[in-house]
Design a protein around this ligand. Structure first.
Ligand SMILES: Nc1ncnc2c1ncn2[C@@H]1O[C@H](COP(=O)(O)OP(=O)(O)OP(=O)(O)O)[C@@H](O)[C@H]1O
Ligand SMILES: O=c1ccn([C@@H]2O[C@H](COP(=O)(O)O)[C@@H](O)[C@H]2O)c(=O)[nH]1
Length: 312
C-alpha cells in the first residue's frame, strides 16, 4: 500500500513504477510531437494548446477510410470502361480461420482518454504545492508512511523521462529544468496519468504540480478533479539555504544559484496564482514549513487525520 516515487530514492517500488510509467508513455503515445512543439513555442502563453488527436483526427481518419474504400468512384475517370468481374479465388481453410478470428479493436485517442478517465474516476488527488525547496517531498514521505498515499513528484517523473533511453523529450526536459521553466503540460500530465494508472492505487499526492493555471484546469478536466491543495509556505531565504545545502549532494542540474533564482521567479509569477485560485475556492490548507521537519509534520498530520480519520 505504501508507495513513493522520488528521484532521490532508489527503492524497488520507484523503479517498478518508473518502468511501467515510461513503458506506458512510450507505448501509448499520449502526446504528439506537434503538440509538444506547439506548446514549447507557446511556453509563456496561457492559451491551452490544441490537443493532438481531437476531432480533426477523427475527421482525417474518416476521410482516409472513405477515400480508401470508395477510391474507385472518387478518382476513376468518368469515362472509364466497366471492368469485367474477376473470378473469385477458392476460399482456403486458413483464410476461413482468419475471417472467423476476432479483429483487433482499433482505439482512437478519444477512446483511450475516456478509458483512462473512467479508471481514475474515484481517485483522491491532493496537490502539494510550495516554493522550490520548501520541503514538499520531505513531508510527502511522512504522509505516504502514515496515510498510505502514493507520492508522485512531477519533477521526479520529468527527470526520469529525461534519462529514459530513447526518450524523444529528454533534451527538451533537460533544457527546461536547467532554466527553471515549466515543461509543456502535455508531457507532464501524460507522465502523471500513466503513473497513476500504473500504480493501481486510489490516493495520490501530486507534488510540484500544477505549476501553471492552464495545467490545473487541464489536469482536472482530463484526469480527475483535485480534493484540495496542501500549500507549504516558506520564505525565499529559507528555501535558498535548503536548496544550496541540498545541491552539495543532490546532483540536480537546477540546485545552483542561477537556476534557483529563475525557479523562484517562475514560482512567484506563474505558480503562486494557482494557489490563489484554489484559495478563492476554499480548497487550500496552508502549513508553514519554516520549523524543523517534525514540527512541520505535526501540523500536516493534524490536517490529514481530521480529513481522513474514517478511511485510513
Ligand atoms: N523543515 C525543514 N527544515 C530543514 N530542512 C528541511 C526541512 N524540510 C526539508 N528540508 C531539507 O531541505 C531540502 C529541500 O527539501 P525537499 O526536497 O523536501 O523540498 P521540495 O519542496 O520537495 O523541493 P523541490 O521543489 O526542489 O522538489 C532537503 O535537503 C531537505 O532535507
Ligand atoms: O509540473 C512540473 C514540475 C516540474 N517541472 C520542472 O522540473 C523542475 C524541478 O521541479 P521540482 O518540483 O523542484 O522537482 C522545475 O523547475 C521545472 O523546470 C515542470 O516543468 N513541471
Amino acid at each position: 500500500m505504501l508507495s513513493t516515487i522520488r528521484a532521490s530514492s532508489s527503492s524497488a517500488a520507484r523503479r517498478a513504477a518508473f518502468t511501467s510509467t515510461t513503458t506506458a508513455v512510450a507505448g501509448r503515445r499520449l502526446f504528439s510531437n506537434s503538440a509538444i512543439r506547439a506548446a514549447a513555442a507557446n511556453e509563456t502563453s496561457s492559451a491551452p494548446v490544441k490537443k493532438a488527436g481531437g476531432s480533426s483526427w477523427l475527421t482525417m481518419t474518416g476521410l482516409t477510410i472513405l477515400a480508401a474504400t470508395s477510391g474507385y468512384y472518387l478518382f476513376s475517370p468518368v469515362d472509364a470502361k466497366p471492368v469485367a468481374a474477376k473470378k473469385e479465388a477458392p476460399v482456403t481453410v486458413a483464410a476461413k480461420k482468419e475471417q472467423a478470428a476476432p479483429k483487433p479493436v482499433v482505439k482512437t485517442p478519444e477512446i483511450i482518454a475516456a478509458e483512462n478517465k473512467a479508471a481514475l474516476k474515484d481517485t483522491t488527488v491532493i496537490f502539494v504545492l510550495g516554493g522550490p525547496g520548501a520541503g514538499k517531498g520531505t513531508q510527502c514521505a511522512n504522509l505516504v508512511r502514515d496515510f498510505g498515499f502514493v507520492h508522485l513528484s512531477a519533477g521526479d517523473l520529468l527527470r526520469e523521462e529525461q534519462q529514459r533511453p530513447g526518450s524523444q523529450y529528454g533534451e527538451l526536459i533537460k533544457t527546461y529544468i536547467r532554466e527553471g521553466k515549466i515543461v509543456p503540460m502535455e508531457v507532464t500530465i501524460a507522465l502523471l496519468e500513466n503513473a497513476m494508472l500504473a500504480s493501481g492505487q486510489k490516493r495520490f499526492l501530486i507534488d510540484g504540480f500544477p505549476r501553471k493555471m492552464d495545467q490545473a484546469l487541464k489536469f482536472e478536466e482530463q484526469v480527475v478533479p483535485s480534493k484540495f491543495t496542501l500549500y507549504f509556505e516558506c520564505p525565499e531565504e529559507v528555501m535558498l539555504r535548503r536548496l544550496m545545502k541540498r545541491g552539495e549532494t543532490s546532483g540536480r542540474a537546477d540546485d545552483n544559484i542561477e537556476s534557483i533564482k529563475k525557479r523562484f521567479r517562475v514560482f512567484t509569477e506563474t505558480s503562486y496564482p494557482v494557489i490563489e485560485h484554489y484559495k478563492k475556492d476554499g480548497k487550500v490548507h496552508t502549513v508553514s514549513c519554516v520549523d524543523a521537519p517534525d514540527a512541520v509534520y505535526a501540523n500536516v498530520k493534524n490536517i490529514f487525520t481530521n480529513l481522513f480519520k474514517d478511511q485510513k
